[in-house]
Design a protein around this ligand. Structure first.
Ligand code: F6R
Length: 261
């Protein structure tokens, strides 16, 4: 895993956007894995800015989001469908028929999840998967104890995640308890995983992910076994990393051909 410590949220957003720009330049018909929550918002704003400046083109791309709340319609203001429309899709040229999110109202959840997996396969697999990390170490909504080989399915959120996400709903009791999420195994098949984490609230989870054992107790830790995983974090999120000076050293001494921006 490549750990890159940057000075602040703006630097993270800018550098994260460069990975998308490079990916789409190298392969215009890329399959992008997208995330919601607070962390990627800055990166999405950067992508919108690049699009408006004619520096990125999504016209041939396809996207798959990680997750959606069960029981919420795509029109519900707190649904991830609404989030993606408002924060990204309404502002870029990614064709609407190639944007995919799990359907929170699916009548037959197992069949819907199997079809979601099949659609990812049919599109050629995910080239670049954007991820945040939960304060409890979840990726997607794969909460602690999730199988490290899991596929898209319904999961039950932990009380901690309900509390973390209450800000989008008003109170923890209003947050749906169930979600449909790509599995850990699904995420691990992406060719490149780009994880973003900001702030002290993520410091313990980041430390467990990067330097702890690979364990279902911290699903993000499985990314230690991913062949191409880049972690962009700010100083606050890096605070509990034992080897943070080494990660800085590695980044400062990167050979020119390995630099992305
Ligand atoms: C969202 C997702 C979650 C979030 C995580 C962090 O699609 O899959 O894993 O990335 O809960 O959320 P924020 O960024 O709001 O702290």
């Amino acid at each position: 895993m490549e750990v890159i410590i940057l000075k602040d949220a703006q630097a993270l957003a800018q550098q994260g956007a460069v990975y998308f720009q490079n990916q789409l330049r190298a392969k215009p018909a890329s399959v992008l894995g997208l995330a919601t929550g607070s962390t990627p918002v800055g990166l999405y704003r950067e992508l919108i800015g690049l699009f408006k400046a004619d520096l990125i083109d999504f016209s041939q791309a396809t996207s798959f989001n990680l997750d959606e709340y069960a029981g919420l319609s795509p029109e519900h203001p707190a649904s991830y469908h609404s989030f993606m429309r408002e924060e990204l899709f309404a502002h870029i040229n990614l064709p609407s028929d190639r944007r995919h999110l799990p359907d929170g109202l699916a009548a037959d959840v197992p069949a819907h999840c199997a079809a979601y997996e099949a659609a990812i396969q049919h599109a050629g697999g995910i080239d670049l998967q954007l991820l945040g990390i939960g304060s409890d170490g979840h990726i997607g909504f794969n909460e602690p104890s999730s199988s490290l080989r899991s596929r898209t399915r319904m999961k039950t959120l932990t009380p901690r995640t309900l509390a973390d996400n209450a800000r989008f709903f008003g109170s923890p009791s209003q947050v749906p308890r169930h979600v449909i999420t790509m599995g850990v195994g699904t995420i691990m098949e992406a060719r490149h995983c780009l994880v973003l984490a900001l702030g002290t609230a993520k410091a313990a989870a980041v430390s467990a992910m990067v330097e702890g054992p690979v364990t279902a107790n911290c699903p993000a830790s499985v990314l230690q076994m991913h062949p191409q995983c880049t972690l962009l974090i700010d100083e606050a999120a890096a605070a509990e990393l034992e080897r943070r000076d080494y990660y800085r050293w590695v980044y400062e001494n990167k050979p020119a051909w390995q630099r992305i921006a």
